[in-house]
Design a protein around this ligand. Structure first.
Ligand SMILES: NC(=O)c1ccc[n+]([C@@H]2O[C@H](COP(=O)([O-])OP(=O)(O)OC[C@H]3O[C@@H](n4cnc5c(N)ncnc54)[C@H](OP(=O)(O)O)[C@@H]3O)[C@@H](O)[C@H]2O)c1
Length: 339
């Protein structure tokens, strides 16, 4: 593009994000037919982005033929519109997902994955407008599938996370009997203050299992929504009533739990993994509805799109460090200038 260069965060191999990520300069990508080029102003650093850099557990760690740029979500301004694009125009404020390379100053994106930002929605909220609400929808659908028409208690781990707070808001709206699990007394206190109508239990309490059992009416949970996994998985299966479902959607924890230790067969338990990486398998009409939900949520409840901090792209190492900081509230953003 006219000899211009853009900044991008790249990595050449899987490994600890703090060690393998580096700042690079490269030509901005050019849009093909049906695509737009977006000057990205802000993009989140999701825990999933870091997991992708590090290599998912069980998958082989690779060195790549060409550097990769993390990030699938962000917001910015349409700079160039490719042939055959009818509904987007240069200068328009947009959000996008899933578009690889969001941690660069420009992305090219198929027009159908680019969404106009509703008026009144800030750049910060717009940068977070898609992934977490679409994750919420994915989780709610998985809960509904697991309930077979008979709603029972739902327990969620990492309840103070950005996704966890969306789940809480949905539970309050739809009357889902939700029990929140967090890992510290401080985290529990913060969540109880903000959402006093739902029980919150800290796994730091010696009797946390009994507290959860009480909060689920002594029957055990019908569903556990889990973003922690690892060595906690066995405990979580123990919180389920017979016939219950463990829905796993994240891997914040460490360690592992052998499948055989979960007594799946005798207790009739189900373990199900869900991910928005499969969101593109929904029909275009379904995706349009999902995106409209996300845009509405961003416009009406911006407090559910909390930002922990903004860092310039060049300060990516500090941003990565902040994502991992215990007690962080909200999502860390990486920003780049408008010109
Ligand atoms: N499957 C999907 O498609 C999908 C999509 C989006 C997100 N996710 C997953 O959803 C989870 C939450 O994402 P987010 O962006 O909402 O996170 P976030 O806002 O960065 O919050 C992370 C939360 O996790 C808690 N946490 C971190 N490590 C933990 C551990 N070892 N044990 C217990 N709690 C721990 C933190 O608690 P403290 O307050 O105590 O620090 C914090 O509340 C992540 O696992 C992410 O990968 C999955």
């Amino acid at each position: 593009m006219d000899g211009r260069v853009m900044r991008a965060i790249v990595y050449d191999q899987h490994g600890q994000a703090g060690q393998v990520l580096r700042l690079s300069e490269q030509p901005p990508p050019a849009p093909s037919a049906g695509q737009v080029r977006v000057r990205v102003l802000s993009r989140p650093v999701h825990p999933g982005d870091l997991a992708g850099v590090e290599g998912f557990p069980g998958a082989p760690r690779q060195r790549f033929a060409a550097p990769r740029t993390p990030g699938l979500e962000g917001m910015g301004v349409v700079e160039t519109v490719g042939e055959d694009v009818r509904d987007l125009r240069s200068g328009q404020r947009v959000a996008f997902f899933p578009v690889p390379g969001a941690w660069g100053e420009f992305v090219t994106a198929p027009a159908e994955l680019v969404v106009p930002v509703p008026e009144g929605v800030s750049d910060e909220t717009a940068a977070l407008m898609l992934v977490n609400p679409l994750t919420l929808l994915t989780l709610l659908r998985a809960v509904e599938d697991a309930q077979h028409g008979q709603a029972g208690p739902v327990v969620q781990t990492a309840a103070g996370s950005s996704v966890g707070k969306l789940v809480i808001a949905a539970a309050l709206k739809h009357g889902i009997p939700l029990v929140n699990l967090v890992r510290s007394a401080t985290g529990a206190q913060t969540l109880r203050q903000r959402f006093p109508d739902l029980p919150t239990v800290s796994t730091a309490d010696a009797n946390w299992r009994a507290q959860v059992r009480d909060a689920t009416g002594g029957r055990g949970a019908q569903v556990v929504l889990d973003a922690v996994g690892g060595s906690l998985t066995g405990e979580l299966a123990g919180l389920l009533g017979d016939g219950g479902t463990l829905i796993t959607y994240g891997q914040l924890g460490s360690g592992s739990t052998p499948l055989e230790s979960l007594a799946l067969a005798p207790r009739g338990l189900t373990v199900r993994g869900v991910s928005i990486t499969r969101w593109l398998t929904r029909t275009p009409a379904e995706r349009t509805e999902d995106v409209a939900f996300a845009a509405r949520l961003a416009a009406t409840t911006p407090d559910l799109f909390e930002v922990a901090a903004d860092y310039d792209l060049a300060d990516f190492a500090k941003a990565v460090d902040h994502v991992r900081r215990p007690g962080k509230s909200g999502t860390v953003l990486l920003t780049s200038p408008a010109s």
